[in-house]
Ligand binder design. Structure first.
Ligand SMILES: C[S@@+](CC[C@H](N)C(=O)[O-])C[C@H]1O[C@@H](n2cnc3c(N)ncnc32)[C@H](O)[C@@H]1O
Length: 252
């Protein structure tokens, strides 16, 4: 049976493509890649990685627009968007023979919809295929490695959340919080900033990688500045960070 392979490709550096992922890319006939704009940097990065590993054809699919007008129904809007993506990818699979791959930024299990979308295509059963998932190096792993930290203290939990839901995690008492998808530096709006330590990283694995660490209230301005510089130097910025409550906490 033909295969659809969901392959994690790491978070920015070509060397982060594991040997297993490289072999999986070489094994497929084509790659399906969403294009979010005419100048989609993540698409360009995927093209580069495909070219390095067997050079399968990259079939570009214009990403359906997501309805961002109704913030109250965020989940509903995302489900509709997944449905539209499923239909678009299904069409590519129906039009072509052979094995296909999706090259997923970082790891497919973290804030990425490819697994859900492929599951949906499989359920619709208009095209038949077997599918598998190959892990990649997540930006969160790169963040921890660069700062040489563990994401939690001994035996403690870590909450992974988005900038949108940071306040909720803090309200629920989380003390180790990894934040992704935060275009607005939600940590800057926290109260009692002197009680949090932050390990922040932007454009990890790329030439404009930037790192800042320290007590939140003392480094937040530096993070804003460095973040703006990273954006200026490469036209884009993706950042992630770990927050740890320091008051009364144990050592790592
Ligand atoms: C849609 S999520 C994808 C996460 C991805 N699946 C992973 O495992 O890292 C995108 C978010 O991941 C984080 N991210 C991805 N690549 C990054 C990088 N190179 N440097 C810093 N953060 C990154 C940012 O928080 C960004 O908003």
């Amino acid at each position: 049976m033909r295969r659809v392979r969901i392959i994690g490709i790491g978070s920015g550096h070509p060397d982060q493509v594991t040997a297993e992922a490289a072999e999986a890319i070489r094994s497929v006939d084509f790659v399906i890649a969403a294009a979010k704009s005419d100048d989609d940097r993540l698409l360009a990065a995927r093209r580069e990685i495909a070219a390095r590993h067997g050079d399968p054809e990259v079939v570009e699919v214009r990403d359906p627009e997501r309805d961002r007008n109704d913030p109250a129904d965020y989940t509903g809007a995302v489900i509709d968007w997944h449905e539209a993506r499923a239909a678009a990818y299904e069409q590519v699979l129906a039009e072509r023979d052979g094995d296909a791959a999706f090259l997923v930024w970082g790891d497919p299990m973290l804030y990425d919809s490819t697994i859900r979308v492929v599951e949906r295509i499989a359920e619709r059963a208009n095209v038949t295929f077997a599918w598998d998932v190959l892990p990649g190096i997540s930006s969160l792993q790169v963040l921890a490695a660069r700062h040489r930290i563990v994401l939690h203290e001994v035996g403690q939990p870590t909450v992974i959340t988005t900038g949108r839901r940071l306040a909720e995690a803090v309200g629920q008492g989380a003390e180790n919080i990894a934040v992704m998808l935060d275009g607005r530096l939600a940590c800057a709006t926290l109260a009692d900033q002197d009680q949090w330590r932050i390990w922040w990283g932007a454009n990890l694995g790329t030439p404009t990688e930037a790192l800042v660490a320290g007590r939140l209230d003392t480094v937040i301005d530096e993070i804003r500045t460095v973040r703006a510089e990273a954006r200026e130097h490469s036209d884009w910025v993706m950042d992630t960070y770990l927050l740890r409550r320091t008051s009364g906490s144990r050592s790592a």
